[in-house]
Design a protein. Sequence first.
Length: 564
Amino acid sequence: MKKVKIALFGAVIAVTTLTLSFKEDLFLVSKNLDVFASLYKEININYVDETNPADLMKHGIDAMLGSLDPYTEYVPESEIEDYKLKYISTQYGGIGAGTVTIAGKLFVNEISEGHPSQKNDIRPGDQIVKINGVEIEGKERSQISQLLRGPKGTPVNLMLLRDGTVINKTVVREEIKQPNVSYSGMLDDQIGYIRLDKFLENSGQEVRDALEQINKQKPKGLILDLRNNGGGILQEAVKIVNLFVDKNVLVVTQKGRNPEKSITYKTTANAVAPTLPIVVLINGSSASASEIVAGAIQDLDRGIVVGQRSYGKGLVQQTFNLPYNSLVKVTVAKYYTPSGRCIQALDYTHKKQDGSAEKFADSTLKAFGTKSGRTVYDGAGVFPDIEIEPSKYSPVTISLLTKNLFFDYANAYKKTNKTVASAKDFQISDANYTQFIASLADKDYSYISRSERLLNELKKEAEKENKAETVKADLEALKAKMTTAKKNDLNAHKAEIKRALETQVISRYFHERGRIEQAFQYDKEIAKAKSLFGNQSQMLAILKGDGAYKNIGSPTLKVNEVEN
């Protein structure tokens, strides 16, 4: 009885403390709202110059939310449609054309297959001069999007310039659906492939549909490509894991300060492919829901993760409606994979003085165990079972891409070559590459190489140490040699420049699907995945945690295989 009384007494104290704390929080909220409202009123009434009340409030809200994490944001009524397209829906009314601005002019860069632009013979390379009679020169991207988009069934009038000839077209907008699954099919007779670009509404069903079609061909294995997938809806990630894991298995747990936001998600149905070998591809831009899928597959030892360490976003957001058709997206919880780890990489609770967040220190990372006892770690994204060195472009290739110098050649190639080989086999010849180099003769593709950047830093350090005159001659000689070597960069980096050029060219024939297929032949992660399916003993060793595969992503050990 005495123990019961003590327990009851403790519970009363806890409830009383919680109630007092809650009342104190309410008082502080009420107090600060009064202060803010009074300040807002006085500024609007008394400030020496005219103020815009809406702008003042927006700046105040943005500053307040800016002290939190970058995912907590206010969305005014004017931005609701863009918000829905980015985070929720995959549909909008439009013409299905991508555009690019070059030297202040707007050009069609890409056409979506089967959509109004293709049906009306709008082509990459066409310059858009007017939209519905409105001159678009000087317009921002958001303004151009608003002009091109509109309700399904409504017309949009385009004035185009093609090879010096003015062409007027009236295009009727259609519902443009941007699928979550941008590509699915068989890479060969044995390996299935699904590329998932986002986790917006219906993504789980899209992956299911693609998987069922692939299953009909009795694949030896499946590659689920989540590279560059920034995530989306958490529940869709759970549905996708459920395609490979039978029901009543823990996939993810979200835990928030508000008990109502703490939820456990388990699989609810029988799996579509419970035994099909899986390889999940990730990279540094795979985040959020992508990490839920990759982390669950890894923790449950259901498949092998290949690529690079993921982004590390272990935070869950929820939207709340606000007055006047606005809303706020708030981080309400952290999520935890089946092993119990949270993969959040940046610490937004303890920011630096400049407002930036640092990564959690390696010394703070904790170890967790997968289903079969492999060791994984929290606080730094999902580390792959097999790490592949990421492909990086050289400065010269980056310059050619950012300055859109592949654009004209790709358009000219299409005019000269009416047909090409299949997308999966397409490559440009050395003669084509020589033509491309010649087309750059009057183009500016200037850039600073890595060696030049290091040389400039060395020069600055020498000046700080009063040694500039001593090493001046050596630095000048080295600079001259670098300038000479730089002229050879177009040849030295020929292979990667050709690959980037081929991507542009093949999209003129086979659109997005062709661009994806053409890249398969150079894809190191896909090549590694295919080799794993051909080596069952290695796959089993990885999933069992044999030898070097026992410890995944240790902050102190580098035990994973690295493919160069």
